[in-house]
Ligand binder design. Structure first.
Ligand code: HEC
Ligand code: HEC
Length: 197
């Protein structure tokens, strides 16, 4: 009885999949549904671990997906997910998320004094490429202000230990910033998490 139910549901799923295949290829919006479980509806993430996708430039998203697919970034899960899609599908997703408004998660805790110190560091070392606290998609440089705290923390750590590659100019600025203040990463993450400009 149980076995029958399992087979039945397997067939139902298979039938559904076949039905899908018979129709047109999945649209950009349909592809984005798969991402919503982790990245939030339309890429607006709510937790402190998973980054938002809403408002990222198409170039940035496509490059990130290709890097995950090629195991060039050191992720927990995205390499496995990226391997399931073609470059054309990355382009469709890129267009979809670029059309969404940047989402700032303001429900995360931060230290106001650290955030104020982090703001100064950002203006001096990072703002040139990460305009408006890193919320301008056209910069092609990801999202900083209002993004997930843990993600920001380990992105900085990954750049620092070389497991994620970065532009030479950014590397130089990071070095200068850390020379000025060895707690710079902590301060700057508090600034980004504050969601302030
Ligand atoms: C099971 C959860 C999960 C699903 C589903 C998922 N992601 Fe992710 N995504 C993550 C996590 C966690 C990270 C942070 C990197 C890591 O640890 O893998 C991430 C990171 C990313 C990044 C990097 C963002 C940045 O600012 O650099 C992009 C781009 C991305 N995901 C796109 C997608 C797309 C597009 C989909 C849907 C096809 C998707 N993800 C589905 C969990 C998920
Ligand atoms: C010369 C330009 C430049 C400068 C200066 C710069 N960045 Fe970046 N940053 C980039 C680019 C380009 C990317 C996207 C890298 C990639 O393709 O993965 C990036 C990505 C990031 C990311 C990851 C974003 C994400 O969503 O995954 C963080 C965090 C970051 N930068 C922090 C900083 C900090 C902090 C500073 C100042 C010390 C800084 N950057 C200075 C160009 C720059």
């Amino acid at each position: 009885m149980i076995r029958k139910t399992i087979i039945k549901s397997t067939l139902l799923v298979a039938g559904f999949a076949l039905g899908m295949q018979a129709q047109a290829a999945p649209s950009a919006e349909m592809l984005s549904y798969t991402c919503a479980g982790c990245h939030g509806t339309n890429g607006a993430s709510t937790g402190d671990a998973i980054p938002s996708l809403a408002g990222l430039s198409s170039t940035y998203l496509v490059d990130a997906m290709k890097a995950y697919k090629a195991d060039e970034r050191d992720p927990t899960i995205m390499n496995r997910i990226a391997k399931g899609y073609s470059d054309e599908q990355f382009e469709l997703m890129g267009g979809f998320f670029a059309d969404q408004e940047v989402h700032k998660n303001r429900d995360q805790s931060f230290d106001a004094a650290k955030a104020a110190a982090g703001k100064k560091l950002h203006k001096k070392y990072c703002d040139k490429c990460h305009t408006e606290a890193g919320t301008v998609g056209d910069d092609d440089a990801g999202q900083l202000s209002g993004n997930a705290k843990l993600f920001l923390q380990y992105s900085l750590a990954d750049f620092h230990d070389g497991s994620r590659s970065q532009e030479k100019k950014m590397k130089k600025k990071m070095k200068k910033m850390l020379k000025r203040d060895k707690d710079a990463f902590d301060l700057i993450v508090n600034y980004y998490v504050s969601g302030k400009k």
